[in-house]
Design a protein around this ligand. Structure first.
Ligand SMILES: Cc1cc2nc3c(=O)[nH]c(=O)nc-3n(C[C@H](O)[C@H](O)[C@H](O)COP(=O)(O)OP(=O)(O)OC[C@H]3O[C@@H](n4cnc5c(N)ncnc54)[C@H](O)[C@@H]3O)c2cc1C
Ligand code: FES
Length: 267
C-alpha cells in the first residue's frame, strides 16, 4: 500500500495548515495552534502529527509532536526547543502555513475503570486530550492525574488540568511547584488500587512506573518516543523492542505505537 492509499484508508491529512497562534507558555516551551481539517478533527489522545518546521529552512525530516487538544477550529501541540527542528518551529508566526501530516499512530485505549494519568515534563501534554476524553466518556469520578516538572519555570497546563478534573497532584523535582519529588514517587504514595495507569514521559520514568505497577492488577499504557524517518511505517527507523507472543520483536513506534502495553516494553 502506498502513501496515498494509506492516507485515504486511515483518514490522514497531508498538506498545509495555517498557524492560528504560537506562544511561549513556559521556559523554552511553546504552544502551537493550527487550523483544523476534517481528518485532524478525528484525532485521538496519544496520536501525533508529523510537522515540517519551516519549508525554506532545508530541514530534511519533519518532527513528530503529540496532539494536545482539538477543538472546533484548531489543533494544539506543545513543544520544547531542543535542536534545529524545534528551534525553527519556534520561529513560525501567526498566519504562516506549516506542512503537516496526521493524525498518526495508535493512541490510548480508554477504559471505564478507576485510572491514573502520570505525566513527566513534556509527557504531560498528550495526557490532556486523554483526560478530556475520559472525562466526557466516564465523568470526573475515579480518574486522577499526577503531573510533574523539573521546576515551576518549566511547568505548563497545570491550571488547565485543574479546571478539567478535581483530582490533580502536581509535583516538581526541586519543590518550587506542588509537592517535592518526581511523578513516580507521588504515584507510589497515592496509588489507590486503580485499574488503569496511563503514562507518558522519559524512558526511565516509564520503566519505573512499569516496575511499580507490575503485580498490582493494573493495566499500563505508555507512550514511547523514538527518532523518526518516514512517520508512516515504511522505513523501520523508529522501532522499539516489545515482548510479543513470538518472544521479543521490534515494533514501529509510528505505526504500532506510540502507545504500547507498558508491561510489554523492553526498557
Ligand atoms: C511520537 C513522538 C511524539 C513527540 N511529541 C513531542 C511533543 O509533543 N513535544 C515535543 O517537544 N517533542 C515531542 N517529541 C520529540 C520531538 O519530536 C523531538 O524533540 C524533536 O524531534 C527534536 O527535534 P529537533 O530538531 O529540535 O532536535 P534535533 O536537533 O534533531 O536533536 C536535538 C536533541 O534532541 C534529541 N532528540 C531528537 N529527537 C528525539 C526524540 N524523538 N526523542 C528523544 N530525543 C530526541 C537528539 O538526540 C538531540 O540530542 C515527540 C517524539 C515522538 C517520537
Ligand atoms: S518512522 Fe519510518 S517506520 Fe516509523
Amino acid at each position: 500500500m502506498n502513501y496515498h492509499d494509506e492516507r485515504q484508508k486511515n483518514k490522514i491529512f497531508f498538506g498545509f495548515r495555517e498557524v492560528i497562534e504560537i506562544k511561549e507558555i513556559s521556559l523554552n516551551t511553546y504552544i502551537l495552534e493550527v487550523s483544523l481539517s476534517p481528518e485532524l478533527a478525528g484525532s485521538a489522545p496519544g496520536q501525533f502529527v508529523y510537522i515540517m518546521p519551516k519549508v525554506q529552512k532545508r530541514i530534511l525530516l519533519p518532527r513528530p509532536l503529540c496532539i494536545v487538544d482539538v477543538d472546533k477550529n484548531s489543533l494544539k501541540m506543545i513543544f520544547k526547543v531542543k535542536g534545529r527542528g524545534t528551534g525553527y518551529l519556534a520561529e513560525v508566526r501567526k498566519g504562516e502555513n506549516l506542512s503537516l501530516m496526521g493524525p498518526l499512530g495508535k493512541g490510548f485505549e480508554t477504559i471505564t475503570a478507576p485510572s491514573v494519568l502520570v505525566g513527566g515534563g513534556l509527557g504531560v501534554s498528550p495526557l490532556y486530550l486523554l483526560a478530556k476524553k475520559l472525562n466526557s466518556e466516564f465523568g470526573d469520578k475515579g480518574v486522577k492525574a499526577i503531573i510533574g516538572f523539573k521546576n515551576k519555570a518549566e511547568a505548563f497546563y497545570v491550571e488547565k488540568f485543574g479546571s478539567l478534573m478535581s483530582n490533580v497532584l502536581v509535583c516538581s523535582d526541586d519543590g518550587s511547584l506542588g509537592e517535592k519529588g518526581n511523578v513516580v514517587e507521588i504515584l507510589e504514595k497515592n496509588f489507590n488500587g486503580e485499574k488503569v495507569v496511563y503514562a507518558c514521559g522519559p524512558r526511565p520514568m516509564l520503566k519505573a512506573v512499569s516496575v511499580f505497577t507490575l503485580g498490582k492488577d493494573a493495566k499500563l499504557f505508555v507512550s514511547l518516543e523514538e527518532r523518526m524517518g518516514c512517520g508512516m511505517g515504511a522505513c523501520l527507523g523508529c522501532v522499539a523492542k516489545i515482548k510479543t507472543e513470538n518472544g521479543e520483536e521490534y515494533l514501529r513506534v509510528c505505526k504500532e505505537g506510540p502507545v504500547f502495553d507498558g508491561h510489554k516494553v523492553v526498557y
